[in-house]
Ligand binder design. Structure first.
Ligand code: CA
Length: 712
């Protein structure tokens, strides 16, 4: 006989599955908990499951096992941690982490599984330098451990030493807000001293609607590392504080480039502390995007001027955000709560095994993320951890929005609490994420995927439908899309032009409003827009590829929803055909400012479209009712499409606006009503001022191009 599964479903109830119930003898069952035997009061049997009702509770600080004859299995405590009984006993809304004053520092940690916890205080932040720490014992009350240490501890580093079951671990406080080199020891700092001058009183830029945002996704290192970037702090946070930087040929770079382009929001790829195994902060030669979190509440050290000094990374990231705000740019942080770098080694798993990471019904760890673990966001203390972390970044760093990596791993309730506290109903931040369907152990109706968008009103989602329609699927490098000459996608494009928020063209609305729809043609993942077009259209000339590139993001910038541009797409960014460059070299990943010089006409085109979108509210409808009222399609034939925005849409000064996209290799003719139609965008130019006027019964649109006209 074999025990197949053994789980604690309440403090006094154990479920045991065995392979052959006919051999089972109730007298031979033995429940052990540490050194103690727990007596079974009664049991029930159904199929091959035995439910044991115990005479006393299982102590979760000690390991447990069930034996029948010679077969034995450890008890998995995971199911207990989802019960109301567990939460009633152990949930706490107390502030965790450290509370520093010059007189004393209070340390708080949560772990119902720990049997003792010590605070270890060090003078060095580097575990490689031998040192005997000062030790302080923490006291427990219902899983909450704390100790108050007298004196001014500023400048000390700390860890917690704790015993869980038979193991003693030394871990970094998951709530630590500063750390030593490589994030291996927390640091006691005075956060007030990390505020740049004028920081406290500066107000981030204000936005009424997410559809007013134009998001530009950047990577701290990529933005400035090019040898001719003209930026001094190459690859560092402080690069974002350098104004008016340019290449040797006078092409604007870094912050000056973003301002010249006109984006409103900068999305920073991971700036939280990511694993030292990806980038060693002592020798940050290796490159990594950083989607492998180590310390959620601390900035990454390799972007800091001095990663040994715990204040450096905090101060410099604040200074960079402050600089962006000063220029009217909002800052969105890319957050990766869905998984952690190697759960076995993580502080969270060592602190409380089986609590932070989601398990399958068979007791194995879920791996919907493909990174070996999925965060159990549905558990109250995990939800609190995520919310506390977001609120901390929003308040302390004045972050204006969050982008949730693999948001489909997280649960609807958590995302809604985030929406209520940080979104439109709360702090007014912009919130969106990857709403892909994820294979994790949550009910489908509880996953924060885009198919549940109606339950998540304050949350936006990346729109993969428009991404794949304009340029071909990301899963098939050779597939072409609307801009690369594929007919038959007209209805899909039209559905997307309305922010996927209207039932039309045989499709049901995906989003409740265009504000939930994050439109993009490319991002850091997959091929760059340019590389995808080049791969899928090997016969196309460079000139044709440029027009496809412009048309792809031209559609993104004139669709209803929230436009998102991958940095450098505005000058035909290439990664030399590398599809996943997460750990490629700087030469592959960096923004090549010489390329901007070469493709300056493409950059100017993006700039013109962005200026147009910003100055005309008709392109920024925030409600699906406005779309129904003001937006109408004009039939144009295959591989092309057009729409009209009628009657001063969203209070726009222009009465009627016609937008035409032609992905085909033929000229398209679109009928015009009588009047003087001013052209502001054509194949070569884009902006807000009329290029020329058309007074005719139709307008022609050249192959692979777009045109925008208005009637006053
Ligand atoms: Ca790090």
């Amino acid at each position: 006989m074999q025990l197949l599964k053994c789980s604690l479903i309440n403090f006094t109830i154990i479920s045991v599955f065995i392979d052959d119930i006919s051999q089972f003898d109730p007298k031979k069952i033995l429940v052990r908990n540490g050194e103690v035997t727990i007596l079974v009061d009664k049991l029930s049997i159904k199929d091959n499951e035995i439910i044991l009702y115990l005479k006393s509770e299982v102590n979760i600080k000690l390991p447990g096992s069930v034996s029948i004859y010679n077969a034995s299995l450890p008890i998995n405590y995971y199911p207990l941690y989802s019960t109301d009984e567990f939460n009633l006993r152990y949930y706490t809304d107390e502030e965790l982490g450290i509370q520093y004053t010059r007189e004393h520092t209070l340390f708080k940690l949560w772990s119902p599984a720990a049997s003792y916890v010590n605070l270890l205080l060090y003078e060095s932040g580097d575990p490689d330098s031998p040192e005997k720490p000062r030790k302080f014992k923490l006291q427990e009350k219902s899983g909450l451990w704390e100790v108050r240490v007298r004196g001014n501890l500023k400048g000390y580093f700390y860890t917690f030493e704790l015993k869980v079951y038979d193991d003693v671990h030394e871990i970094v406080d998951p709530y630590a807000r500063a750390c030593g080199i490589n994030g291996l020891r927390g640091a006691v700092i005075d956060l007030k001293e990390t505020d740049p001058p004028g920081y406290i009183h500066h107000a981030p830029p204000h936005f009424d609607s997410s559809t007013d945002a134009i998001i530009y996704e950047i990577n701290i290192r990529d933005l400035s590392i090019h040898p001719d970037s003209g930026i001094k702090s190459k690859g560092k946070y402080l690069a974002l504080t350098e104004e008016n930087t340019a290449t040797s040929k006078g092409i604007s770079t870094g912050l000056a480039h973003i301002l010249e382009l006109g984006a409103t929001h900068v999305q920073l790829m991971p700036v939280f502390d990511y694993s030292f195994k990806s980038v060693d902060e002592k020798h940050p030669y290796r490159y990594n995007w950083g989607y492998d979190p180590q310390n959620y509440n601390i900035p990454e050290g390799s972007y800091a001027a001095d990663a040994y000094n715990p204040c450096s990374r905090v101060y410099e990231l604040k200074k960079a955000i402050n600089a962006l705000h000063k220029h009217g740019l909002s800052v969105i942080m890319d957050v990766v709560y869905n998984h952690i770098f190697k759960y076995e080694d993580s502080n969270l798993e060592k602190l409380f095994p089986g609590y932070y990471f989601r398990q399958n019904d068979d007791g194995t760890y879920c791996n919907g993320t493909g990174c070996g673990n999925d965060i159990a966001s549905e558990r109250p203390m995990v939800r609190k951890f995520i919310l506390d972390s977001l609120l901390y970044w929003a308040r302390e760093y004045k972050i204006d929005g969050f982008r949730f990596d693999l948001m489909g791993i997280l649960d609807v309730k958590t995302m809604n609490e985030i929406g209520e506290k940080l979104g439109a109903g709360g702090l007014g931040l912009i919130l969106y994420g990857e709403g892909w369907y994820m294979n994790t152990n949550l009910k489908d109706e509880d996953k924060a995927g885009m198919y549940n968008s109606h339950k998540l009103e304050h949350i936006g989602f990346y729109n993969d439908s428009i991404r794949d329609a304009v340029k071909g699927s990301v899963f098939n490098s050779l597939e072409r899309g609307f801009v690369s000459g594929t007919p038959g996608l007209e209805d899909t494009v039209k559905f997307n032009l309305m922010g996927c928020s209207i039932d039309a063209f045989g499709k049901s609305a995906i989003f409740t409003s265009p504000g939930q729809c994050i439109n993009y043609s490319s991002c850091h993942d997959n091929y760059t827009l340019w590389d995808k077009l080049r791969l899928s259209c090997p016969e196309a000339s460079e000139e044709e590829l440029k027009h496809m590139n412009k048309l792809a993001d031209g559609i993104i910038l004139t669709s209803m929803g929230v436009p998102f541009i991958h940095s450098g797409a505005d000058f035909c960014r290439t990664k030399n055909g590398i599809e996943n460059s997460y750990n490629s070299t700087d030469a592959v990943n960096r923004m090549d400012w010489h390329r901007k010089h070469h493709y300056l006409d493409v950059f100017e085109y993006y700039k013109g479209l962005i200026a147009l979108r910003k100055s005309h509210s008709a392109f920024r409808l925030y409600d699906s009712r406005q779309i129904r009222e003001h937006m109408e399609f004009i039939y144009t034939g295959r591989n092309s499409t057009a729409y009209i925005l009628k009657n001063h849409a969203n209070g726009d000064p222009w009465k009627d606006i016609i937008v035409i996209y032609n992905g085909s290799r033929d000229t398209v003719y679109v009928p015009l009503s009588q009047g003087n139609w001013n052209v502001v965008v054509d194949k070569f130019n884009a902006g807000t001022e009329p290029l020329y006027c058309i007074n005719d019964n139709n307008v022609s649109v050249e192959p692979i191009s777009m045109k925008i006209l208005y009637l006053e």
